[in-house]
Design a protein around this ligand. Structure first.
Ligand code: G3P
Ligand code: CA
Length: 269
């Protein structure tokens, strides 16, 4: 391979708060967005799914058990899948107590509520479309919400929004529907497959245990749909040593539950 592209722009990887600053506040809640802002972290990652009545909400798991009191409130509704509950029902759940009593009463936010809070802090969104196979049409619907919220204007598109998924089909669909949106594929495709992904993804976002300096260089070698080298945002890196190693590998972004720890571990520009 020819010489790899270096990190674009800065020599410091971008730090992304995973599900918000989720080491310090309940994941994917407005409190976790606020905590990221308080730490001075601009980028926030989240997970988007759909309710029974078609509302997009921010939650990681496809069921509500781990991070809410759904079993207590709706004992007869096993297996407590997001897709089997209405937005009004989900809005009643406590999504904070499982994390700490200090966050009792935190709610599962809608995507609109989540983005409104981010807009308030002037943050940047790495939006993950979760389990798209469960939610036909979620790509189009997500783009509609983004448009309604004003996140598809020129400045958001250029600097403040990336849409990613573990589903290549979903990423390809987002790219086809709205080519101006920057996209990421979550996973570690073989180097031989990278050209295929470069047709519709601007980023290849692998788990940090799955990469090497050579792999990152290979990804950087290819040009994405917007004419720039493919970027690498790796996850989920929660300690200083792992963050420094990822930075040495040349990644462009580090997705972390503890964004302050990662930021403080990275060498200055
Ligand atoms: O953004 C990367 C990371 O969030 C992917 O894994 O399971 O935390 O959604 P997961
Ligand atoms: Ca995620």
């Amino acid at each position: 391979l020819p010489a790899p592209h270096a990190r674009a722009g800065s020599d410091r990887p971008t730090v992304i708060a995973h599900r918000g600053a989720s080491a310090y506040a309940p994941e994917n809640t407005l409190a976790a967005v606020d905590k990221a802002a308080e730490l001075g972290i601009a980028w926030v990652e989240n997970d988007v799914q759909r309710t029974k009545d078609g509302e997009l909400v921010v939650l990681h798991d496809d069921n509500l058990k781990r991070t809410t009191d759904v079993e207590e409130l709706f004992p007869g509704r096993a297996p407590w899948k997001v897709k089997d509950f209405t937005a009004a029902e989900i809005a009643r759940l406590d999504a904070g107590s499982w994390f700490s009593p200090a966050y009792a009463g935190a709610r599962v936010p809608t995507l609109e509520q989540f983005m409104d809070r981010m807009e308030l802090h002037h943050q940047k969104l790495l939006l993950e479309i979760k389990n798209p196979d469960l939610y036909p049409g979620i790509e189009q619907q997500t783009l509609k919400v983004l448009a309604n919220e004003g996140w598809l204007d020129r400045s958001h598109l250029a600097r403040r929004l990336i849409v990613q998924s573990f589903s290549a089909d979903s990423v390809r669909t987002v790219h086809k529907l709205k080519p101006a949106v920057k996209t990421g594929f979550l996973g570690t495709p073989s180097v031989a497959d990278l050209p295929r992904y470069a047709a519709f993804a601007d980023q290849i976002n692998p788990s940090h245990g799955s990469i090497s300096m050579g792999y990152v260089a290979s990804v950087h070698y290819y040009t994405g749909p917007h004419g720039r080298p493919l970027e690498v945002f790796t996850w989920t890196v929660n300690d200083a040593d792992a963050a420094r190693l990822a930075a040495d590998y040349g990644v462009d972004g580090i997705i972390t539950n503890s964004p302050d720890v990662v930021r403080d571990a990275l060498p200055d520009d």
